[in-house]
Design a protein around this ligand. Structure first.
Ligand code: 5GP
Length: 175
């Protein structure tokens, strides 16, 4: 961590503007409805906190946590829910909020799992979309920022549990 080199990728001002735009788009799309917003722990919690406070529609929230089994940064593709949501989503409008779509494995698993529970609608909002490392085809419905590749930290995103509290998003340049 101490000898990590990093550069700002998205400043807090850029993030603020983009989150406001996303919230406006989501509010328009769900006008007159109540949204169930499900955050994926831990990475999405900062983004989700900012997003829901800018929504112009009522929402209720819940959280899920997933584990992906595999060595280090390489995911094996085996995903499991380690903390499930606590509410019933049948016939509800559900929006999953995630930090990053990378290989796409986590979100495609989660969408498949929640779809089986019979929501009225199910969409995904991802803060970042990393396009280069997809292993399964997956497109989020709402995306904050798109980048090709690289390891990013801050604004909820960690590096071995550190750096989540940084208000800006950085790209690590010496990994
Ligand atoms: P995937 O799409 O590969 O199944 O999983 C995405 C998850 O991997 C994200 O939710 C996030 O926790 C983690 N991840 C992927 N890329 C990065 C990154 O650049 N930085 C951080 N901190 N986490 C990442």
């Amino acid at each position: 961590m101490e000898d990590m080199r990093k550069e700002i990728l998205y400043s807090r001002e850029q993030i603020d503007r983009r989150v406001t735009e996303l919230a406006a788009e989501i509010s328009r799309d769900y006008a007159g409805r109540e949204l169930v917003v499900i955050g994926v722990l831990k990475g999405a919690f900062v983004f989700m906190a900012d997003l829901i406070r800018r929504l112009g529609i009522p929402c209720i929230i819940d959280f899920a946590r997933l584990a992906s089994y595999g060595a280090g940064a390489v995911s094996s593709g085996r995903i499991a829910i380690t903390k499930d949501i606590e509410m019933e989503i049948r016939d509800r409008d559900v929006l999953i909020v995630e930090d990053i779509v990378d290989t796409g494995l986590t979100l495609s698993y989660l969408v498949r799992t929640f779809q089986e529970r019979g929501p009225r609608s199910l969409k995904v909002c991802a803060f970042l979309d990393k396009r280069m490392r997809r292993q399964v085809s997956f497109e989020a419905d709402y995306v904050g920022f798109t980048l090709d590749d690289g390891f990013v930290i801050g604004y909820g995103l960690d590096f071995n549990e550190k750096a989540r509290f940084f208000p800006d998003v950085y790209i690590v340049t010496n990994l």
